[in-house]
Design a protein around this ligand. Sequence first.
Ligand code: ADE
Length: 230
Amino acid sequence: MNFTFVTLFENLVSSYFDDSILKRAIEAKILSVAFYNPRDYAKNRFSKVDDYQAGGGAGLLLMPQPMFDALETIKQEDVDAYFVFASPVGKPFKQIDAKRLAQKKSIVFVCGRYEGIDERVVETYADEIFSIGDYVLTGGELASLVMCDSISRNIKGVLGNEESLQEESFEEGLLEAPSFSKPANYNDKVVPSEFLKGNHAKITSLKNEMSKMKTKYFRPDLFARIETRH
Ligand code: ADE
């Protein structure tokens, strides 16, 4: 998978790939990362990329020309490019999207700044528009990294232990059950005794119960959905 980030702030994004799991995946050639800066495509004297909003309104927008030229260049160079825009007005990004997008060959994250991107750019290039939550960030970089990270861990070979993908939160629409490591007693806080006895069928059923309880308590919205499914 190749990830391309269209951003005015490459440094904000690139450092995320300098360590840990994604760094390893790049070294193993499972992932590659590229950057395009719209400023490099600006055709005005001051390499300006932003402008006032038509009809007024607070704040500046990323204007069409540098964005159109940057995105068109990418499209011409990469037939597999799939354009994902990060925006608070997008549809909510979910685990199911991370899994689906992990099957693509090449994803281009388009990161807005200021008050956003001229809508004509979005209309022309966006294959999908995602929000990572009901709050507004200063730009699309963090949101794109969030999506990139969760897509990456669903690509074969990125995680050392692929089984961990099967048992985690949102599989089956539930939050994951609590987990414990060693020791069995830490400052008088104990691991549930059943976990120490090694009866795996029992542990699985217990974890399943805990998973349901946790979802009911912390995410009644998710719980209601699985109840109607069964
Ligand atoms: N850009 C700014 N806020 C955002 C959000 N919540 N999700 C995706 N992109 C954004």
